[in-house]
Design a binder for this molecule. Sequence first.
Ligand code: SF4
Length: 359
Amino acid sequence: MFKYRDEQTAKKILAAIKDMGVKGRFMHICGTHQDTIVRFGLKPLMDDVGIEVHQGPGCPVCVTTSKEIADAITLARNGVTIAAFGDMMRVPTTIGSLFDAKTDGADVRIVYSVEDAVKMAHEQSGPLVFVGVGFETTAPSTGVPLQKGHLPENFSIYSCHRYTAPCVEALLNMGESKIDGFIMPGHVAVVTGTEPFNYFSEKYNLPQVVCGFEPLDMLMSCYMLCKQIHEGRAEVENEYSRVVRPQGNDKARKIMDDTFYAVDTKWRGFPVIKKSGMALRPEFEQYDATKVHEDILRKTPDVEEEASGCNCGSVLRGLIDSEQCPMFGKGCKPTSPMGPCMVSAEGNCNIAYRFRGKL
Ligand code: SF4
């Protein structure tokens, strides 16, 4: 049996948590962590030992605002080819979705990487915009073609990339929900290292564990958080040491730092968060869609942040579970989503719907 899914080891970890007698409400910020919790039926096991784990703003498509998606739709409806990840296509806004724009004849294409988009731009004469979405995990890959150079003149990037740390701090400062510890995303830490998280433990007296993506990673991270609480410690520990190095990945971080700079940015469900967005550096202005297509983007109509009745903002702040939204499974399903949390495979509502019965 795959060693990170071993049932006997899981039982031992859960027993050790129970023995400690620590009750905790933890948050993670990663759709893959949520998928692991729900897919492998960990939630009832955690409940049994007094541990709650909730998903916060960890789905990149979900935290992308309706305004950003409306910008992409507006570009598409004004003759610009849009290349975006599949999860972006069906996110509804009050002016429709990218999929609706495509249905109406706009040139909207699904890509799996920025390289796909660059290749498409080479093969056409009209303008093409790649919509870059994601945290530190994906931002370096968006930066690679810019750093390599020799891009076609008709290619540009609309960056929706975001830094995770400022949002974690915003969440802590908002103080809406009790958070006894953070389960930090291992794939972000692969790039950033563990150092950027130290600050939260020191300032907010917050235990944190960098966590991998298998069931035993999740349970072990809960154990490590409980142990910190039990021993009165608040520090960053690395459960995912088989992959994450404390110093991170210098090469990926340099690409990210050489490509983007931090700007104040709105997140869905949050106010504007200081220095949380990744904008293209001025030296890449000719590839920055917000500059290249400034005139078209002025035409983007005002859009509501959420469809009426959608509670994605509360889900993203960890205030409610998806099943507590009155629309869950009724007005809102993956086939008729009211918000991005039901669209994206990393969205809390989508995961809860796909694996309902395991919760
Ligand atoms: Fe929004 Fe649907 Fe999730 Fe409710 S179930 S929060 S309506 S996406």
